[in-house]
Design a protein around this ligand. Structure first.
Ligand SMILES: *Cc1c(COP(=O)(O)O)cnc(C)c1O
Length: 234
């Protein structure tokens, strides 16, 4: 099987899983968007994905993302930045990312706004919320209690092009994802009360996309189930 055929088969399987999960959850198929996570895979494979109708791709490291976005500029893809973000890189990320999903502290917002304004482009923002217990090591994402303040900071920069779209989360390791996404659904309901237009919910990866769709995800971020295991040394 050629690499192209392998990617096409992986993509078809994931699209079918999404369709089945939507049907099981009583949701319409078009309520859920697939973001294919291409981190560690070369730009040539991003190109193959675009040829198969993929419109949204996710990356988690700035340098890699920036260079692939430049290589693939002719494809009209929407780049989602989904990784830990340093504040001194935020403006640069807003230069190519259509969606920044990992905004978890106020310090990032000014740089993102500056980058959006410089490029004269809108940047969709998701607030990353932590589903880990407070104080857990390596925790990423904002505490649910801090979302209101963070949302207000993003909304202050609407004139520069930041658009508050919703929330993003990753299920904690070692916990049943269904339970974690159940908590996420509650956090999101409270958030939507305050921000009714921030309807996006990015949750679910290769291992747990069905649980996420059941809990209301509008975007799933899927890497290895489409592209295979990531090469380690790239
Ligand atoms: C790598 C990554 C994914 C995709 O993970 P897979 O298990 O390969 O589907 C999704 N979300 C984030 C934040 C990631 O870093």
């Amino acid at each position: 099987m050629s690499r192209e055929d392998e990617i096409a088969a992986g993509l078809a399987r994931v699209r079918q899983r999404i369709a089945d999960a939507c049907a099981d959850a009583g949701r319409e198929r078009d309520e859920v968007e697939l973001v294919v996570v291409t981190k560690f895979f070369p730009a040539g494979e991003v190109r193959v994905l675009a040829g198969l109708g993929v419109t949204d791709v996710g990356e988690n490291r700035h340098q890699e993302a920036e260079s692939k976005a430049a290589d693939c500029a002719d494809l009209g893809l929407r780049w989602h930045f989904i990784g830990g973000l340093q504040s001194n890189k935020a403006a640069a990320v807003a230069g190519y990312a259509a969606v920044v999903e990992s905004v978890d502290r106020r310090k990032l917002v000014g740089g993102l706004a500056r980058g959006a304004a410089q490029g004269g482009r809108a940047v969709d923002v998701l607030l990353q919320v932590s589903l880990d217990p407070p104080g857990r090591e390596g925790r990423s994402g904002a505490d649910p209690a801090d979302l209101a303040e963070l949302a207000a900071a993003v909304e202050e920069h609407a004139d520069e092009g930041l658009v508050l779209r919703g929330l993003m989360a990753v299920a904690p390791l070692g916990e049943d994802p269904a339970a974690a996404f159940g908590r996420l659904a509650e956090v999101r309901a409270a958030f939507l009360d305050q921000h009714p237009s921030a309807t996006w919910l990015s949750a679910g990866m290769s291992a747990d996309l069905e649980d996420a769709i059941r809990a209301g995800a509008t975007h799933v971020r899927v890497g290895s189930a489409v592209l295979g295991s990531r090469p380690r040394n790239l």
